[in-house]
Design a protein around this ligand. Structure first.
Ligand code: GAP
Length: 436
């Protein structure tokens, strides 16, 4: 097994073992490529979304938020071109019946699994269809959105009018999207149900190049907030022949995953393609102050953000054990502090009430400010290991000495350095550490 596939196996196993990401529908034998975010995972996921919203909505004056409906009028998908063009070329192996996306095969004629001959490619639409109401006819057809973007285009004029923003300005949305992918896989990298964070940034035509550069720089800044290092990503300028016909520039931000260098995010200049199409199809005037704005679209996947955050944070180190002269491998998620699911864990050395009662009180006091876990099960070594694996920046240990000196030991996740802090000074100590 290669080192890279071993790393992916370790990440998947850590995610399950510690409650980051669990297999979906597991008691029924699972559902292929569906995943549930567990108690620790949902904290990290929410922290990623919150950080994004803060950076792009709360800390700016020119971007407003939206949560549009997942199911939109089917006419939206006619006008956007999704019903016609949102397809992947599907091929089947005549021998082993495996299915592939033709554009992902290096040899277009041979099956990847058994080398058998392939059927000619047919275009497969990736929209997930459903019916609204009890009658399953053409009139009741509806689709789960394959991107959040169309909500911003459809509501553009209303939002522009009611917020009275001047160009350039943007609309941001975080929400679920659905695609009937032919080849889902690689854990949460490609699934049929996923979440996006998208911005449609409306600009004057003449300013698009300058705005595009600004967005590229902002997307680089964002990666730092996830703890992703420059060397782990590749900015791929998409050539003209591979770009959508209406786009004059597209950059895919790719990440060096253990399973290959593949897309993480995208930045596209979409011209006025979407607003013009919706104006035509809806017969509404979608111009604003006399012009139809052009659009720069930065787009981020939540699940891929989650995956690269864990991959970038995952570290194995040799650490001393309790036994003299012995070391073993310590797995630690060196997550940026603002993303860590728990900021502090309070761990009494013993379950005895003389320690557990005051330790619980410390945890309750800290919980007023930071997400704090209390854990009294297993040996202290195992509890440290658990907190390291979920990326908790600080552990607070209460021992019998604490009852005499009214102090506790605070252990730093990354350096493993321990310092003795007075219980009355703990909040001030953590305010400095966690809020700087
Ligand atoms: N509105 C533009 C748009 O949807 P996209 O490149 O098709 O562009 C945007 O998707 C982002 O959504 C991707 O960069 C990726 O992060 C995420 N994404 C797309 N398909 C996905 C899938 N099947 N599973 C997980 N994430 C996906």
């Amino acid at each position: 097994m290669s080192e890279n596939s071993q790393l992916m196996d370790k990440i998947v196993s850590l995610c399950k073992r510690r409650g980051f990401v669990l297999p979906g529908s597991e008691i029924y034998g699972g559902l292929a490529n569906s995943w549930d975010y567990g108690p620790i995972g949902i904290e990290l996921r929410n922290n990623i979304k919150r950080t994004w919203w803060k950076m792009f909505v709360h800390q700016r004056d020119d971007i407003v938020g939206l949560e549009s409906a997942i199911i939109m009028n089917a006419k939206v998908w006619h006008a956007s071109g999704h019903l016609k063009h949102f397809t992947d070329p599907l091929v089947d192996c005549k021998k082993c019946k495996n299915r592939f996306r033709e554009d992902q095969l290096t040899d277009k004629k041979k099956c990847l699994t058994c080398g058998g001959a392939l059927t000619p490619a047919r275009q497969f639409n990736m929209m997930l269809k459903t019916h609204l109401g009890p009658v399953e006819d053409e009139a009741s057809e509806a689709y789960l959105r394959p991107e959040t973007a169309q909500g911003m285009f459809v509501d553009f004029k209303t939002i522009a009018n009611l917020t009275r923003k001047k160009l350039p300005f943007g609309i941001a949305q975080i929400g679920k999207a659905f695609r009937n992918e032919i080849t889902p896989g690689n854990f949460i990298f490609r699934t049929r149900e996923f979440e996006q964070m998208e911005i449609e940034y409306f600009v004057e035509d003449k300013n698009w190049e300058e705005q595009f550069e600004k967005w590229l720089a902002l997307m680089k800044e964002w990666l730092k907030l996830l703890g992703v290092k420059e060397k782990e990503v590749y900015f791929h300028e998409i050539e003209e022949k591979e770009r959508a016909h209406y786009s004059k520039r597209t950059v895919d931000i790719e990440y060096h995953y253990p399973f290959g260098t593949k897309e993480l995010y995208g930045l596209a200049y979409r011209g006025d393609y979407d607003l013009q199409n919706h104006a035509k199809a809806s017969k509404q005037d979608l111009s604003y102050n006399g012009v139809t704005p052009h659009v720069i679209e930065p787009t981020w996947g939540v699940d891929r953000s989650f995956l690269v955050t864990i991959l970038s944070a995952y570290t194995e180190e040799q650490a001393k054990t309790a036994k003299e002269g012995e070391t073993d491998t310590r797995v630690v998620l060196k997550l940026p502090v603002h993303l860590a699911p728990f900021k502090i864990a309070v761990l009494p050395l013993s379950k005895k009430e003389e320690l557990s009662i005051p330790a619980k009180k410390i945890a309750a006091d800290l919980r007023k400010y930071w997400i704090t876990e209390y854990d009294e099960t297993q040996s202290i070594g195992k509890r440290y290991r658990r907190q390291d694996e979920i990326g908790t920046p600080y552990c607070v240990t209460m021992d019998f000495e604490s009852l005499k000196d009214n102090a506790v030991t605070v252990r730093d996740r990354d350096t493993m350095k321990q310092e003795r802090i007075k219980i009355t000074e703990l909040t001030t100590f953590f305010k400095k550490k966690l809020e700087s």
